[in-house]
Each structure stands twice: as structure tokens, then as C-alpha cells.
Design a protein. Structure first.
Length: 373
């Protein structure tokens, strides 16, 4: 009866024995030489006049055993070349994994700048307490080899038009995670090649979807956008991200609109979508546009243009004039006006509040609130 290097755990399943430390094949070579009473110099000569230094380096793990060397060792020592090749392979694998573990351990402090709670909640990172495992899974999520690359890949290498609320600070690691999740979702969406005319037509149809429930409008919006070459994704904001929307080009023929529904009401949702659509239609393909619409102070001409496009797409100014000056404006007036334009009453309320026609605490019950399912 021979022993097997496997350990039975449960039932009929077996697991190979994997030691924590793997010695170099040179250790085995030295043991064989000692058993045979053969010197390194003699082995080198028997192998065809190889330098004694080469044999010494193999024994000390400084030089790998090549296939040619493995064949020579088989001829001289009678130990199959396959043994030496496999032994060298296992040892190099061990060294690579050891080096990886050390590199992962080195990155553990960088986890503090990332939204680990959100990543675990969204099942991108397991709930393990092992920090090294967390690093490895976080790298897989970002598609990186080292966490220090996040700043370079997501910020230094990108041109951003970033408009955010002055009330909040944004953690770059959290923002990068939100951007990355959107990209991962968008990569799974197959779109037609971008067609500007098709996208403009899609926006006309999407505008009227504001009266529908999310279960109806979300898949329809996605389909219309996909047919025009635009991936549309909804990604909940990360803890310290606080960004409402993003517009970017994933490749020359595929764009992305990403929303977080940060403010959770339909007026913000629809304004956000059309604002980002303006960036796709009107602005540079080389930039990524990140927006938080809460702040209207000192915005760029590009952002103002996107704001104007969103406002006009939802309620043209000439139509808005019809309700803007109604004396003693009532909720019924708002509902009737919204029905005449086939849009949600909440959009009308949001515009009235923004234009200063009514206070921000009026008619908010006409807005529809969204929650993440």
C-alpha cells in the first residue's frame, strides 16, 4: 500500500496537500548528490562540461532548471526529466504566489480610502475579515494590479468636467468605485453604433415616459438608448461619492449615461438624465462629465448649456410661460399643465421651484419619490 498526498475532508471529496513552504529543486538535487557521494564539479563534468557555477546556482535556487538541464540530470542521475521540470514549476509558482501575497499585504492600508462597506454590500468583495483577501477582491473589482493605480487610471488619465455641491467633499476612492461599477454594468450592455439622429428621436420618446412607473420606463429607456448607441445604467451612490450623474464615451461608437438617483425625486431624475444626454449630444468625447445638480453657483458654460438643454427638453420656455404667471396657482393647475405636455407633475413642480415661482417647500407631494429595489 502506498501513501497518497491527499487529505480527505468530507464525503468523497479530496484536496491536494499544499505545504506553506516549497523548497527549490536545488535542495533535492543536493540531497541526491550527497546520497551518491558526487561533487558538484563531477556532476557538471558528467552533464557535458557545464560550469560548476551553474550547478551551484541551481542548488542555491538562483538559477532555474531548464528543460535541457532536466534531460541532462535524468541522464546523469537517473531521475526523470519530468520530475525536475515539475519540481521547478511548483517552486516558481510558490515564489510567484509568495510575492503576490507580500504585494497584497503591502496594499492593505490603501483599503481605508475605499468604500469597503459598500463593496461588500454589493457583493463585489466578500465579508471576510482577511485583509489580504479583501485587497485581492478589490483589485478584481477595479480591474487593476495595484490599488495605487486608482488615482492614475480614474483621475490623472481622465479629463473631467466635475460639478459638485459645495456642501460636500468627495472621496476619490468612493467616486472611482461608482465610476467603475457603472463601467462594469455598461460593458455587459450591447448597443448599436452611436447615431445622433436616433438618440435625439429616443429622447423625444423618453420624455413622455416620465408619467410611467419605474418598472415600465426603466427598461424602455434602456432599450431606446441602446438602439441609439448609448448605454444607460443606474448605480446607487457610494458613501462619500455624492455624484448625481455621469456622461462619457466608452469608445467612439458607444456612450454611457450613468445616474445615481441621489435626490430620489422624479424632477431630479429626469433633469439629470437630460442634462447628461446634452453632454453626449453636444460636448467633447474626450471628457468625462460628472455632475451634482444641487449647486448652481459659478458653473461653466458647458454645464449651463447642459442645464438649458435639460430644462427646454422637459418643458419648453414658451410652454412654461403659460403656467408661470397663473394667479393663485393650484395643484390642479400643475396637474392639468403636466397632462397637456404628457410629463410628470413632479417635473413641473421642480421647474416652478427652480424658477422661484413657488417656494421649495410647496407642492412636493406632487413629486414621485424613487427607492432602490
Amino acid at each position: 500500500m502506498k501513501l497518497k498526498t491527499t487529505t480527505k475532508i468530507m464525503g468523497n471529496q479530496t484536496y491536494p496537500y499544499k505545504p506553506d513552504t516549497v523548497t527549490s529543486p536545488g535542495t533535492t538535487l543536493k540531497e541526491i548528490l550527497d546520497a551518491k557521494g558526487m561533487t558538484q564539479k563531477e556532476l557538471a563534468e558528467r552533464m557535458g562540461g557545464r560550469p560548476t557555477k551553474t550547478v551551484s546556482e541551481i542548488i542555491h535556487g538562483k538559477t532555474q532548471i531548464s528543460p535541457d538541464t532536466a534531460v541532462q540530470l535524468e541522464n546523469v542521475l537517473g531521475v526523470p526529466a519530468e520530475f525536475w521540470i515539475n519540481r521547478e514549476g511548483r517552486y516558481q509558482e510558490y515564489l510567484a504566489k509568495k510575492e503576490e501575497q507580500e504585494a497584497l499585504q503591502e496594499q492593505v492600508p490603501l483599503l481605508d480610502s475605499l468604500p469597503m462597506r459598500d463593496l461588500r454590500k454589493r457583493d463585489f468583495v466578500s465579508k471576510t475579515r482577511d485583509k489580504v483577501t479583501q485587497v485581492k477582491e478589490t483589485l478584481k473589482f477595479f480591474g487593476l494590479n495595484h490599488l495605487s493605480q486608482i488615482n492614475k487610471i480614474y483621475f490623472q488619465n481622465c479629463q473631467y468636467q466635475f460639478r459638485k455641491s459645495d456642501s460636500y467633499s468627495v472621496e476619490k476612492g468612493h467616486l472611482a468605485a461608482w465610476i467603475r461599477e457603472g463601467q462594469r454594468r455598461a460593458d455587459k450592455i450591447e448597443t448599436s453604433s452611436y447615431n445622433q439622429s436616433e438618440f435625439k428621436n429616443a429622447l423625444q420618446e423618453i420624455r413622455h415616459l416620465s408619467v410611467e412607473d419605474p418598472s415600465v420606463f426603466e427598461p424602455k429607456m434602456s432599450e431606446l438608448c441602446e438602439n441609439a448607441g448609448v448605454a444607460f445604467v443606474l448605480v446607487p451612490q457610494y458613501d462619500k461619492c455624492r455624484t448625481s450623474g455621469l456622461a462619457r464615451w466608452l469608445r467612439p461608437d458607444k456612450a454611457l449615461i450613468q445616474l445615481s438617483i441621489r435626490y430620489k425625486t422624479d424632477d431630479h431624475f429626469w433633469f439629470s438624465f437630460f442634462h447628461e444626454a446634452a453632454h453626449i449630444l453636444k460636448h467633447s468625447k474626450k471628457e468625462t462629465f460628472l455632475d451634482d445638480y444641487k449647486s448652481g453657483k459659478d458653473i461653466s458654460d458647458i454645464e449651463q448649456e447642459a442645464n438649458n438643454f435639460a430644462a427646454e427638453s422637459l418643458i419648453p420656455s414658451e410652454d412654461f410661460e403659460q403656467i408661470k404667471y397663473i394667479y393663485n396657482l393650484s395643484k390642479d393647475d400643475v396637474r392639468d399643465f403636466a397632462d397637456s405636455l404628457s410629463i410628470s407633475p413632479g417635473i413641473v413642480v421642480g421647474r416652478l421651484q427652480y424658477e422661484g415661482v413657488i417656494p421649495y417647500n410647496w407642492m412636493n407631494d406632487l413629486k414621485t419619490k424613487f427607492e432602490w429595489a
